[in-house]
Ligand binder design. Sequence first.
Ligand SMILES: [Zn+2]
Length: 83
Amino acid sequence: MERFTDPLDRASGQEQAERQRILDTRKRAREAEESAIQSKDDEGRIICEECGEAIHPERLKALPHTVVCVGCQEHFEIKQRIY
Ligand SMILES: [Zn+2]
């Protein structure tokens, strides 16, 4: 009897490739973020490069290299998910 390729094996292979692709994308995004130059306003606050609003200090504590505010980051991530 002929043995067919297990569709589950194929699926997990594709899943792995997809996961790797997502990891690569995230790594590149993080590298780009870390090398990005932060802009500051007149008061020395770091401002979002998308909307120009001051980035919340708590966010900067968590993500010291970020150049976008929470709102724009969410926007960016939603955009990324489409591809
Ligand atoms: Zn913003």
